[in-house]
Structures are given as C-alpha cells and as structure tokens.
Design a protein around this ligand. Sequence first.
Ligand code: HEC
Length: 223
Amino acid sequence: MTKKTVLLPLAAVAALSLLAACASGPAPQAAGSSAAALDAETMKLMQAAFRDQGIAKVDRIKQDLGQSACSSDKEPTEAVANEVMAQAKAAVKWPTGGQYIGDWKIGERIAQNGRGLTWTDSSAATSANGGSCYNCHQISKEEISFGNIGPSLYNYGKNRGVSSYDAPSAQAIAEYTWAKIYNGKTYNACSNMPRFGHFGLLDEKQMAHVMALLLDPQSPVNR
Ligand code: HEC
C-alpha cells in the first residue's frame, strides 16, 4: 500500500512537468517568428527604463530612416540607402547668399574644439559649440594629435584643384563639402560623421569657417 501511494504522486509530478514543458516549448519559436514583435517589446522596455536627463531626451531612442537602416546587422538595400541619401540631400540648408566660405583661422579653432553638447558643458548657444573635426580627421600638418576614423583632410582643397573660390570647378566642390558637413548621409547612407547642420550642432557661420579651413588656398591645410 505504501508503495502505491508513493508511486502515484511521482507519476503525477512527471505528468505535470511534461505539461509544463509543452506549455513553455512553443514560446521561443513564436517569438523567433516575429522579430518586429520583439523590437516593439524592446522599445517598450527602453521607454520605461530611460528618462530625460540634461540634453539627452528619451525621444532620442526614436530612430529616423538613416539610423534604423544602419542599425541592423545587415547593410541596407541599395533602394533604402538611396532613399536615405535622397532625404538627406533634400533637407540640406544651403548658406544664405551663397556664402560658403568664412575665415579659416576661426575654422581651425572650431575644428580643434570639442566642447558643447556634452553632459557637463551643454552650450546655451550653438555658436559656442565646437566641431571636434580633429577627433576623426587629420586636417592641418601642424596638429599631430588627431583621430583616424575619417579620411585625412590634409590638402583637401589643393587635391581637388581649388586654387580660387571663383573658379567654376570650385563651386561643385564647395557644394559637395557643404552638404557633407551639413549631413554626412547625403553621400554615404551609413556615414559615421556627426550631422552638423542637420542637428544644429554648428550654425551656418561656423560651417563656413570650417569650409574655409578645408578649401581656402591660404589655409595651412592647402599649403
Ligand atoms: C566621429 C567622427 C567624425 C567627426 C567628429 C567628423 N568627421 Fe568628417 N568624416 C568622418 C568619416 C568616418 C568620414 C568618411 C565616411 C563618410 O563619408 O562619411 C568623414 C568624411 C568627411 C568628409 C568627406 C571627405 C571626402 O574626401 O569626401 C569631409 C569633408 C569631412 N568629413 C569633414 C569634417 C569636418 C569639417 C568635421 C568637423 C566639423 C568632421 N568631418 C568631423 C568622421 C567624422
């Protein structure tokens, strides 16, 4: 009798755990079949876990097309990449009065300056921000401390044959360079360069000064 009472509960436990296994069995399959559902869950989790702090607002987790297309483990398709670049180009604000070029000396200071828009020194005015260009680019030969995530911009204007701004060939280079600094995604959908104009990190005047650093034949970059 004792044998039977012991055996029965054991069988019941075995049956229960089999049921439990069945219940949890299909779940991973269901989740795996819907990456979109998982993305939505993750987004909910992020929204609940983060809060606005200083210059970082929670709406940063909403991605625009250029960000979502380049955040996947796969490259965006050609059509999507073209759409990202087309949207970026259509939104470029060209300089007032066609004033592409400012003062390279101020441009050098902006390129050197990494201040503004950080946790501890958010600038009240855009005009106080730096561009941090040297963080990623070699620019003038005099500055030996620079990053190399981006290509060297030394001799940028000279290499592109810009000997004077008035030359018709200089116009196309100026437009390309402006668009690139305004929003790197204009010519490279998944560019890693900060979108200086697009996000208002630099204002129009500052952009013109940095343009002069790269294109002015008198700038140390081209001498
Ligand atoms: C976080 C790194 C980073 C910073 C900061 C950065 N860049 Fe870039 N930049 C890149 C990368 C990477 C590329 C090349 C890939 C691409 O096309 O976006 C690039 C490309 C460029 C190009 C195009 C070069 C060519 O030969 O076509 C220009 C011009 C340029 N950057 C200028 C600037 C200027 C001016 C600044 C500062 C206002 C700056 N960059 C700041 C990463 C950066």
